[in-house]
Design a protein around this ligand. Structure first.
Ligand SMILES: [Zn+2]
Ligand SMILES: [Zn+2]
Length: 385
């Protein structure tokens, strides 16, 4: 089968202290410290065979994620930019949907023909965080498209317990093609859902919700705020195309944060009360958090979902006086997140499909990733045949 392989040279940077397990397994915690001279190429590889607890999925659609861009872009020394868990070579791609073609002997609740999407985080179920109910913080994590083969390919074999049926999306849209496309944005939407509703504990209907950044994670935040009954949704984004998408998906007010002072605008729009929930999905907390600090409603929440290697100074007195909290969030697994997001979409109460603004075939997946790097599109989708 055809698949997009990322290969890179194992070249730990001077001064980066490898752990014993990193040295032995070449699975590294900080990819950008180790992987040099990456190449991305569509190659012919063996079709995977499902183990007894796995299913074989024929992939239909796979979205390009910000992390894929960070494999394509490099720094001055030709190291990948992606700072997270990685093991190469592997097949990239992790936001996908497809049809079950084969099921392993131990698989009970999926049958060939089921339309599915899947989690990207292959949590072990045995470590202490997993056993305590926090699979997003698994100590033995594997990630499809990062440490094990992903979904910019014709097929993937994956544990049945990581798959979720999206058959209902076909009923909603009346066509499979759109169901697979929308199904493929479940994973990033679940990242936002996990941040807002699980980690930060959500908001009350009627609350003022602000979303910084209108890439796919931020756009999902706007859609979820609308579906959750926010009283006013305010979005900040530098790209004009993405601002337009935020408006279409449900933001009441949309600004270029370079043209206004976000903190002041938020105070105006909330009649001086401040925002109840603010989502950091810009990955620029050094710019956004100081603005959020100016407009905290009493009992408000900030949730950090964007990834950024920046230290941010916060005047804690502001948090104390406003009874405000900052919540960290990562991942998408557990807590009912996948089934709830799929239900919201299947009910027609949340439509994130306008987010998909470009489509490529698997032969042109590298072009799709390059195009994504301009950060003007919503979600770029790669479609397999
Ligand atoms: Zn992703
Ligand atoms: Zn675990």
């Amino acid at each position: 089968m055809k698949a997009l392989i990322l290969s890179a040279e194992w070249k730990p940077r001077e001064g980066y202290a490898l752990s014993e397990s990193e040295r032995q397994t070449h699975k590294v915690v900080s990819g950008n410290m180790v992987w040099q001279h990456p190449t991305l190429k569509v190659e012919e590889v063996d079709k995977p065979k499902p183990r007894p607890d796995q299913v074989l999925i024929r992939i239909k659609a796979c979205g390009v994620c910000g992390s894929d861009i960070h494999f394509y872009e490099r720094d001055a020394e030709d190291y990948i930019l992606y700072p997270g868990l990685t093991k190469f070579p592997t097949i990239l791609g992790h936001e996908f949907s497809g049809v079950v073609e084969e099921v392993g002997s131990e698989v009970k609740d999926l049958v060939p023909g089921d339309m599915v999407t899947a989690e990207e985080m292959i949590w072990c179920g045995y470590c202490t965080p997993c056993r305590n109910g926090f699979p997003n913080h698994c100590k033995n994590l594997e990630e499809i498209g990062f440490t094990i083969p992903g979904a910019f390919a014709e097929y993937i074999a994956i544990g049945a317990k990581y798959c979720w049926k999206i058959n209902e999306l076909k009923t909603l849209f009346g066509n499979e093609d759109k169901a697979y496309e929308v199904g493929a944005i479940t994973e990033p939407t679940c990242v936002t859902y996990n941040g807002i509703f699980e980690c930060a504990g959500g908001f009350r209907p009627g609350a003022y919700v602000v979303v910084f950044g209108a890439g796919p994670i931020g756009l999902a935040g706007v859609g979820l705020a609308k579906a959750g009954g926010a009283g006013k949704i305010i979005s900040f984004e530098t790209s004009p195309q993405r601002r337009e998408l935020a408006r279409i998906i449900g933001a009441d007010y949309v600004y270029d944060p370079r043209d206004v002072t976000p903190g002041d605008v938020i105070m105006d729009l909330t009649n001086g009360e401040g925002a109840d929930l603010m989502v950091e999905a810009a990955g620029a907390p050094q710019l956004t958090v100081p603005e959020m600090e100016k407009c905290l409603a009493v009992n408000s929440k900030i949730v950090q979902i964007g990834r950024a290697a920046h230290r941010v100074s916060v005047y804690l007195e502001n948090l104390q006086v406003r009874r405000a909290r900052i919540h960290g969030a990562q991942g998408h697994s557990g807590h009912g997140t996948f089934p709830n997001v799929i239900r919201l979409v299947a009910s027609g109460r949340m439509d994130l499909s306008p987010m998909i603004t470009a489509r490529y075939d698997l032969d042109h997946v590298v072009d799709a990733i390059a195009q994504s790097g301009a950060r003007q599109h919503g979600k770029i989708m790669v479609k397999m045949g």
